[in-house]
Design a protein around this ligand. Structure first.
Ligand code: PLP
Ligand code: TYF
Length: 394
């Protein structure tokens, strides 16, 4: 049996992570995998997470199974964090999942179950795992134009034109905030236009929100998701706690199925429970419990929000510093987009050859499509990167 297996394409981001580790150069710079790092290059455990873990260790007296959709208190807390009061709680079916990836996977499975004919429209480009999982599940994908390689902003006219080709029942996958891999995002007027188009054509939105709090703030980053949830008949929302709680390895996420008709909720919820059971029975609990404790405790929540805000502002500061330095060295504004992008990533918009040149000659690692993890920088490396970009002829 095993001899029939075929080698599968590697995850390019994870392969880059390995190559970086194996590079003996001491002045190398890692702008690859999307993990937040502070100025010392450390991905810290957030203070509120540590405090919650300590409290949990003291208080938890059982590790018996919780339930197929996880602890309802986790769903409640996350739904409130993401959706605010945009939709009544009674309209939202939800299940905890192993990370945002688990939520994305379960959402795709639900789509395939409900409508095997549905195609999923994905931004060009999108997070590579979206494409990989969709392909694995045999779901047809259609790319819609998204990134304008000239302006490094959103090609909104192209996006609308391409979504105009979707048929009733097709799904539109949208990044709730902080688009990965480009860093380019829709403004609220554009979001409303996309919502109107989805409603006109009876398309189903699916939102992937993995970076709430990394762009313009916790509430600002959720506005688009709230607009969608409150203005369409139904939608799916896949959320990750990996980044904004810094609990990457705890595998903490939530899938929500939102209907305007509350009578649909029971079936949605039961389907999410069924899908969890087919794949892993019970979702991981540890990270979800920490998130619930933090969100439901005023002091922990305030401390978490403060630390997250510092993370957000540090990335914004690095963006501005890099854009300013590139402006100074190039004597032009052609890199101003770096300060306008939001979230962890910016797509520089250069060729794979140039990306390879930066790696080979300068020890600077970014993903082959020229995606940079801004959090991989610090005050010392910003000028080094800027000089390398100009010297390399980008
Ligand atoms: N969706 C997007 C767009 C992401 O960038 C990520 C990665 O961080 C995820 C989902 C899911 O991450 P995780 O499975 O680690 O929660
Ligand atoms: O895009 C990123 O870098 C993050 C982390 O298979 C990640 O989303 C990368 C690859 C992967 C899972 C997560």
């Amino acid at each position: 049996m095993f001899d029939k297996l075929q080698a599968q394409p590697a995850d390019k981001i994870l392969a880059l992570m390995k190559a970086f580790r194996e590079d003996p150069r001491t002045d190398k710079i890692d702008l690859g995998v999307g993990v937040y790092k502070n100025a010392e290059g450390v991905t810290p455990v957030m203070r509120a997470v540590k405090a919650a873990e300590y409290r949990l260790w003291q208080e938890q007296d059982s590790k018996a199974y919780v339930g197929l959709v996880g602890d309802p208190a986790f769903s409640d807390a996350m739904i409130a964090l993401i959706l605010g009061d945009a939709v009544p709680r009674a309209n939202v079916g939800a299940a905890a999942t192993p990370g945002g990836t688990g939520a994305v996977r379960q959402a795709f499975e639900l789509i395939r179950m409900a409508n095997p004919q549905a195609r999923v429209f994905v931004s060009d480009p999108t997070w590579p795992n979206h494409l990989s999982i969709l392909k694995y599940l045999g779901i047809e994908t259609v790319a819609y134009r998204y990134f304008d390689s000239e302006t490094r902003g959103v090609d909104f006219a192209g996006m609308i034109e391409d979504l105009g080709k979707a048929k009733a029942g097709d799904v539109v996958l949208l990044h709730g905030c902080c688009h990965n891999p480009t860093g380019a995002n829709l403004n609220n007027v554009e979001w409303q236009a996309v919502i109107d188009l989805m409603n006109e054509r009876a398309l189903i939105p699916m939102i992937d929100i993995a970076y709430q709090g990394f762009g313009d703030g916790l509430d600002a980053d959720a506005i688009a998701t709230r607009m969608v949830a409150s203005n369409v008949p139904e939608c799916l929302i896949a959320a990750s706690c990996s980044k904004n709680f810094g609990i990457y390895r705890e595998r903490t996420g939530l899938l929500m199925a939102v209907s305007q008709d509350a009578s649909q909720r029971g079936l949605n919820q039961d389907t999410l429970a069924f899908l969890n059971r087919q794949n892993y029975s019970f979702p991981p609990d540890h990270g979800a419990r920490l998130v619930t404790m933090i969100l439901n405790d005023d002091a922990l929540r305030a401390d978490w929000a403060t630390e997250l805000e510092q993370v957000r502002l540090s990335m914004l500061g690095l963006r501005q510093a890099l854009a300013d330095e590139l402006q100074r060295l190039s004597g032009s504004d052609r890199f101003a987009f770096i300060a306008q992008h939001r979230g962890m990533f910016s797509r520089l918009g250069t060729s794979p050859e140039m990306v390879e040149k930066l790696r080979a000659n300068y020890g600077i690692y970014m993903v082959g499509d020229s995606r940079m993890n801004i959090a991989g920088l610090n005050a010392t490396t910003v000028p080094i990167l800027a000089k390398a970009i100009i010297d390399a002829g980008i």
